[in-house]
Design a protein around this ligand. Structure first.
Ligand SMILES: NC(=O)c1ccc[n+]([C@@H]2O[C@H](COP(=O)([O-])OP(=O)(O)OC[C@H]3O[C@@H](n4cnc5c(N)ncnc54)[C@H](OP(=O)(O)O)[C@@H]3O)[C@@H](O)[C@H]2O)c1
Length: 255
C-alpha cells in the first residue's frame, strides 16, 4: 500500500482536520510523504497534531480556517502556498450534523448545515480548482459526503440534503475540471466513531442502531484509509466523479 499510495511531492490540505476523520486523513497523508496543511477553527488542536507529525519526520502546518467564510478560505490557501507551494490534493472534509425533526428545526440550523457542508465545500473546491489551474498543476479533490447523501435517516433531513448536494456537486465539478487534470470524487462514509457520533454511539439506542446495520458495527479508521488514498493519490488517476461508500453495505440495506 505504501508504494501504490505514495504521496511524495503532493501538497495536501485537509479541512476539518482538528478531529475525527480529518485528523486521520492528515496523519495518513503525512505518513505517505505529502506536505500537509491541517485546517480547521480549533487551532490549538491542529498545533498539537502537526507537532506530532513534524516530530515523527513528516511535514505539516496548521492553518486557521472557517469554511463558511470566503476570506478565511483565501487566507488558508495563501498560507498553504507560502509554506509548501500550490495545493494539489484537497480533502474537503469539514462538516456538521444535527439530529432533529424537520418540523421543529430552525432555519438558522438549516443554514448552518448548508453553509458548512455544502457552500463551504463548494467554496473550498472552487478556490482549489482556480488555484490549481493558475499554477498549471493537476490535482485531486476528495469531498467527504456521507451514505446519508445516498439514503436518508429520520431526523436528519437537512444533513441528508446537504450531503446529497455534495455528491451532485462532486459529479458536476469532475466533469468540468477533468480536462484540467483535476479529479473530484466523494467519499461516502457509513458510521464511524468520531466526535460527531460519539454521544449517540455511547447511548444504548446508538448501540442498538449499530447492531441492526448490515455489518453490525461502526467502521474503523483503518478501514477508510485505503478508500481515501485511492481517491486522493495517483493510484486513482482514472477514478473521477464517483461517490464511494465505505459502509459495510449500509447504503444498500433496505431499512
Ligand atoms: N463520523 C461519521 O460517522 C461520518 C459519516 C459520514 C460522513 N461524515 C462526515 O465526515 C466529515 C468529518 O466528520 P467527523 O465524523 O470526523 O466529525 P468531527 O470529529 O466532529 O469533525 C468535524 C470537523 O469539521 C470541522 N468543522 C466544522 N465546522 C467547520 C467550519 N465552519 N470551518 C472549518 N472546519 C469546520 C471541525 O473542526 P473545528 O470545529 O475545529 O472547526 C472538525 O474538525 C464531516 O463532513 C461529516 O459530515 C462523518
Amino acid at each position: 500500500m505504501a508504494t501504490e499510495f505514495d504521496m511524495t511531492g503532493k501538497v495536501a490540505m485537509v479541512t476539518g482536520a482538528s478531529s475525527g476523520l480529518g485528523e486521520h486523513f492528515v496523519k495518513i497523508l503525512a505518513e505517505r510523504g505529502a506536505k500537509v496543511v491541517a485546517a480547521a477553527r480549533r487551532v490549538d488542536r491542529l498545533e498539537a497534531l502537526v507537532a506530532e507529525i513534524n516530530a515523527a519526520g513528516g511535514e505539516a502546518i496548521a492553518v486557521a480556517l472557517d469554511v463558511t467564510n470566503k476570506a478565511s478560505i483565501t487566507q488558508a490557501f495563501d498560507q498553504a502556498e507560502a509554506a509548501f507551494g500550490p495545493v494539489t490534493v484537497v480533502s474537503n472534509n469539514a462538516g456538521v450534523a444535527h439530529v432533529e425533526s424537520a418540523l421543529t428545526m430552525s432555519d438558522e440550523k438549516w443554514d448552518q448545515i448548508m453553509d458548512t457542508n455544502l457552500k463551504g465545500a463548494w467554496m473550498v473546491a472552487t478556490e482549489a480548482g482556480r488555484r490549481m489551474i493558475a499554477a498549471g498543476v493537476g490535482g485531486s479533490i476528495v469531498n467527504t459526503a456521507s451514505i446519508l447523501g445516498i439514503r436518508v435517516a429520520r431526523g436528519q433531513t437537512g444533513y441528508c440534503a446537504s450531503k446529497a448536494a455534495v455528491i451532485h456537486m462532486t459529479k458536476g465539478l469532475a466533469l468540468e475540471l477533468v480536462r484540467k487534470h483535476i479529479r473530484v470524487n466523494a467519499l461516502c462514509p457509513g458510521y464511524f466513531a468520531t466526535e460527531m457520533t460519539a454521544g449517540y454511539f455511547e447511548d444504548v439506542s446508538g448501540q442498538a442502531f449499530l447492531k441492526a446495520t448490515p455489518a453490525q458495527r461502526a467502521g474503523t479508521m483503518d478501514e477508510i484509509t485505503a478508500p481515501f488514498l485511492l481517491l486522493a493519490s495517483d493510484a486513482g488517476a482514472f477514478v473521477n466523479g464517483v461517490a464511494l461508500p465505505v459502509d459495510g453495505a449500509h447504503s444498500i440495506a433496505n431499512f
